[in-house]
Design a protein around this ligand. Structure first.
Ligand code: 7PJ
Length: 263
């Protein structure tokens, strides 16, 4: 899954993909490098980011979703928590909803259920504005994440979403210290007990910056190591900025994991 930010303030490619043409070209490149899904986001969820209105978000996202579907026939995921954006994107041909708030906003469960689209449910506590203030869990972080996601799956099923349409994401970097993130990845097999496909996003995140002391533009090698470990621990979709190198890391990891499988 290649990341296409259409926010003016996304932290690692801030403002560069606001123009529709740029967005299309960037998506085309990610598809050529092996992305299967393009994740379009119009709300910055980086720590401390200011909230945007659904109208603002829709103005940023809708033209990009429409163009990606029409011109590139791409499988488009929409990174949104807003029911309005979910509804409009589904009407424009989006193929997936990616919600960092796991459909907790008013009306989101209903909008997602009505869309008929697959949905990725991500773990986060609080809101982007305050989530990194002092993340704290009463139980081991992997248990807290598993319990949260299990409850969200139950809410989805009660709202009429089918289990085949759900994916889960531990939410690396969302209301988590670097220690939480490392532990969560190390113990990600715990989430396989929920028996749903796992999606993870660690590309260029501050957990890499903190461990390696690297600025955002020097985090690719660290990110590839995390990608390999995530695949080994059950991740089946990786949300990344650097598609080509990630595809190689994933395919190499997969070749090792498949060794002996058909003998
Ligand atoms: C994630 C996301 C993630 C999912 C962002 C960033 C922050 N969606 N949207 N998982 N992160 N599913 O890319 O650094 O980890 S925005």
């Amino acid at each position: 899954m290649g990341i296409l930010n259409v926010t003016p303030d996304s932290f690692s490619d801030g403002g560069r993909h606001v123009a529709l043409d740029d967005a299309l070209r960037r998506a085309e490149q990610m598809l050529a490098e092996g992305a299967a899904i393009i994740d379009v986001g119009g709300e910055s969820t980086r720590p401390g980011a200011a909230p945007v209105s659904p109208r603002q978000e829709l103005d940023r996202v809708a033209p990009v979703v429409e163009a990606l579907v029409r011109e590139l026939d791409a499988l488009v995921s929409v990174d949104t928590s807003s029911p309005e954006v979910m509804r409009e994107s589904a009407a424009l041909g989006a193929g997936m909803i990616n919600d960092v708030r796991a459909l907790r906003r008013d009306g989101a469960l209903q909008a997602a259920a009505h869309s008929g689209l697959p949905v990725c449910l991500m773990h986060m506590l609080g809101e982007p504005g305050d989530m990194q203030v002092a993340p704290h869990y009463e139980v081991p972080v992997e248990e807290a994440v598993a319990d949260f996601l299990e409850a969200r799956v139950a809410a989805c099923l009660a709202a009429g979403l089918r289990p085949e349409r759900l994916l889960l994401d531990p939410g690396f970097g969302f209301a988590k210290t670097v220690e939480h993130n490392l532990r969560l990845l190390h113990r990600m097999e715990r989430l396989q007990a929920l028996k749903l496909p796992l999606l993870v996003g660690m590309s260029r995140k501050s957990m890499i910056g903190k461990v390696l002391e690297r600025p955002v533009e020097e985090r690719l090698p660290g990110g590839l190591a995390l990608a390999a470990l995530a695949v080994e621990r059950g991740a089946r979709i990786l949300r990344v900025h650097d598609v080509g190198p990630s595809v190689d890391a994933i395919n190499m990891t997969w070749a090792v994991l498949q060794e002996g499988c058909d003998s």
